[in-house]
Ligand binder design. Structure first.
Ligand SMILES: C[S@@+](CC[C@H](N)C(=O)[O-])C[C@H]1O[C@@H](n2cnc3c(N)ncnc32)[C@H](O)[C@@H]1O
Length: 576
């Protein structure tokens, strides 16, 4: 909340929790909400840093670690960006006896120095949050470094119970958490894993808490429930980074930009932690979300990206989104990761993206119809059957263009086969197209490797251009593979200093992505960041339009926090 106030913004929208068919509880606004409105801000109930970020990010606030990082005073495993974060993560562990404090202060080197500072902090009786996130973990045995992050997070939830509960009634604690769980839908192997981890975790905690803690059937079953609650409800905390073509990242808001060197800037999302937000857990998933989630430090912010009418569900994406993957891949992911079958509009109503994202080109060169493989077709058939005829053309002209033949059939007797064009009904030999595409992709992969190693030859670019031509003649014009190939070629041209060609291929990639995503989706803004950086290098006036578009999209997704989340925006604005 402190961060919200500092940034001059607090959520103003009144929300209600309602019961939603097939999805359990969900959140709705009490009145109409305009795009870009902050609807929710919340501090986490419990968090954990991801293992791959242990050396690079603060274990408390998840920001980048500075050179003078501060280790945990006791076990020195967690690293913090400041003494304040170290103290907050330690909770009560620093309220120690005078005798112990003298011992700690006299420890050699940095540890003694930190101990002295921390003790002084506590002596001043400053008010600190009693988070105690790490206190129970640093008792000599380094189990948090070994167990999976989600199990360590379950340990942190349990530590709250153990530090606060006087009754020792773990069942009522779990009930009061009011988090949904997926135990009954979990596969047998995952159930077995969670039982084993529950027992291991309880023994680890017993090491810290001693006799006040009993391990029995009840506590084990409750920890199993907490583990399955975490599986369904924990959010991945991410940070945005701009990375230039040479792999340098922009941490400071400045940009390592030299007029003699041509650079593109890519936006990368870095996953840094996992966290449980109790109210945030009430928001359901949609593959066409109307809410965007982001984080400043540990605080979760939810902001609408579309108009949401009073009483309509506010839904965010748990990862998969229309445009990112096709329907089948999204549903498989949600089943594996969150153990539910997605009931969102993106998975139940026809949308252009799901039809064309992995589609092939029709054999007739001038036909714009999509040809689908059986894997995609099965999913889309279900949706086409239920797509109300009246909405077909009005909702999206492009859908009509790629599926004309299909929609002209009587809805009740839709009979589409893999390999037949949805627009004109012509048959394509998908096996031969697939073989050509796979061969072309080998050259594109070679170009990607050359980009990685910054060793781009003329041959690798001309091979990639020939492959692009093959991709375009075998795949549907809006297939995502073409967008990715265009993007790779744009990067390669940029690295060899052919900036105008880079701009052309970057634009071709964006044109496809605008069909797959909403043209105002944040993904388009990330692509425009690349485009505008090359346009700026080229002295191209249209950089202004690109940067204005980026600004408009970012302010809808991040509001007043846009510059804080992505400091590179300030650099772009300065340039125009
Ligand atoms: C983080 S919780 C969201 C709140 C939840 N509905 C509740 O009642 O507590 C995630 C769970 O909500 C349900 N859910 C969320 N989005 C859904 C969707 N698009 N389709 C079906 N179920 C969904 C699933 O049961 C999932 O495991």
């Amino acid at each position: 909340m402190v961060q919200c106030i500092l940034a001059g913004e607090m959520p103003q929208i009144k929300l209600r929790s309602v019961s939603v068919p097939d999805k359990g509880r969900g959140m709705v606004p009490s009145h109409d909400v305009s795009p870009g409105s902050l609807v929710h801000a919340e501090e986490p109930y419990a968090t954990i840093i991801l293992k791959q970020c242990r050396e690079t990010h603060c274990h408390y606030c998840f920001n980048d670690l500075p050179a003078d990082r501060v280790p945990c005073i006791s076990c020195s495993i967690p690293l913090y960006c400041s003494q304040q974060c170290q103290i907050k993560a330690g909770g009560e562990m620093f309220r120690i006896s005078t005798e112990d404090s003298n011992i700690l202060k006299n420890l050699p080197g940095d540890i003694g120095k930190y101990a002295a500072e921390v003790i002084q902090y506590n002596d001043c009786e400053q008010k600190i949050d009693d988070v105690s996130e790490h206190k129970h973990e640093c008792q000599g045995v380094h189990w948090p470094a070994v167990l999976p992050s989600e199990i360590v997070l379950a340990g942190r939830v349990l530590a709250k119970f153990l530090s606060k509960s006087s009754s020792g009634d773990i069942e009522s604690f779990v009930e009061k958490l009011e988090l949904s769980h997926c135990y009954e839908h979990m596969p047998f192997e995952s159930k077995l894993d969670s039982h084993i981890y529950a027992i291991v975790l309880l023994y680890c905690l017993k090491h810290s808490y001693g006799t006040m803690f009993s391990i029995n059937g009840i506590s084990i079953s409750q920890v199993v429930i907490i583990i399955s609650q975490i599986k369904v409800n924990c959010m991945t905390v991410v940070r945005l980074k701009s990375i230039d073509a040479h792999g340098l990242s922009d941490q400071s808001g400045g940009f390592p930009f030299h007029s003699s060197v041509h650079l593109t800037s890519n936006v990368e999302q870095v996953r840094v932690g996992k966290a449980i937000y109790k109210a945030g857990s009430l928001f359901n998933h949609s593959c066409q979300p109307n809410v965007h989630a982001y984080f400043l430090s540990r605080t979760l912010y939810l902001r609408t990206t579309k108009v949401v009418a009073a009483g309509c569900q506010l839904e965010l994406s748990y990862g998969p989104q229309v445009g990112l993957w096709d329907c089948k891949d999204r549903q498989n992911f949600l089943k594996d990761e969150y153990a539910f079958h997605c009931q969102c509009t993106g998975c139940s109503e026809v949308n252009l993206s799901d039809i064309v994202l992995n589609a092939f080109h029709c054999v007739k060169p001038n036909c714009s119809g999509a040809v689908l493989e059986s894997r995609v077709l099965e999913c889309e058939k279900q949706k086409i059957k239920h797509f109300p005829f009246a909405n077909k053309v009005i909702k999206n002209d492009d859908i009509y263009e790629v599926c004309l033949h299909t929609f002209n059939q009587n809805d009740a007797s839709i009979h589409i086969q893999p390999g037949y064009c949805l627009n004109c009904g012509s048959y394509s030999d998908l096996e031969s197209s697939r073989t050509t595409v796979d061969k072309a992709l080998i050259c594109i992969k070679r170009l990607q490797d050359a980009i990685q190693s910054k060793d781009i030859s003329n041959t690798s670019i001309s091979d990639a251009l020939r492959s692009l031509h093959l991709l375009r003649s075998n795949l549907h014009a809006y297939n995502k593979v073409i967008a990715e190939a265009e993007d790779n070629i744009a990067q390669a041209f940029c690295l060899v200093g052919e900036l105008q060609l880079s701009v052309d291929h970057c634009k071709a990639s964006i044109q496809i992505l605008e069909k797959l995503y909403d043209p105002d989706d944040i993904v388009i803004a990330y692509e425009l960041v690349k485009l505008s950086s090359v346009q700026l290098s080229l002295g191209d006036d249209s950089a202004v339009d690109s940067i204005n578009r980026i600004g408009a999209i970012f302010s809808r997704y991040y509001g007043l926090h846009a510059d804080l989340v992505f400091p590179y925006l300030q650099y772009l604005r300065r340039e125009i």
